[in-house]
Design a protein around this ligand. Structure first.
Ligand code: IDP
Length: 160
């Protein structure tokens, strides 16, 4: 409870977005960025990088015991990704709503207007990532951007 900074009195929140390897190689980067900007987010940081296995293992550590983990590591290291810090009011929940459910094949049926429906394939290759909570947003932003906190509200007490 006390691990997250309250944001009620502060306007903006930040979240981590990733266009995954299938999204970048499928030429979806500009469509995704267009949706981001048209939805009122500002892109605070941007990094195009080809992740190595160690980084992916650490980033997705919570899934390390799952059967799909080796495949997830292979997928996320298969090509470059575009990592972005997005900012706006309610950024974390609003970005999750825009990307849609994890399984892109189901998203095409249940959330046809979502980003994952537009450019994802299935439960694994789902084109984009979004932080799922204030705590994970803080962890994930600091994982890639050590300088991203000064103006943001997505941070934890012990990092203040
Ligand atoms: P999320 O990205 O919607 O938050 P998570 O459950 O955190 O979903 O899973 C992280 C990523 O791992 C997913 O986006 C997807 O690429 C992959 N993934 C999740 N569950 C499965 C699965 O059951 N099989 C294969 N890949 C999966």
């Amino acid at each position: 409870l006390c691990s997250s900074l309250a944001t009620a009195d502060l306007e903006n929140e930040r979240t981590l977005a990733i266009v995954k390897p299938d999204g970048v190689s499928g030429m979806y980067t500009s469509s995704v960025k267009k949706i981001i900007l048209e939805s009122g987010f500002t892109i605070q940081r941007e990094l195009k990088v080809h992740l190595d296995e160690d980084s992916v293992r650490r980033f997705y550590a919570e899934h390390s015991t799952k059967s799909f983990f080796p495949s997830l590591v292979k997928y996320m290291t298969s090509g470059p990704v575009l990592i972005m810090v997005l900012e706006k009011t309610n950024a974390i929940a609003d970005w999750r709503a825009l990307i849609g459910p994890t399984d892109a094949s189901k998203a095409k049926v249940t959330h046809p207007d979502s980003i994952r429906a537009m450019c994802g394939q299935d439960l694994e290759r789902n084109c984009v990532h979004g932080s799922d909570s204030l705590d994970s947003a803080a962890r994930e932003i600091s994982f890639f951007f050590t300088d991203a906190f000064p103006e943001g509200t997505t941070q934890k007490h012990d990092e203040l």
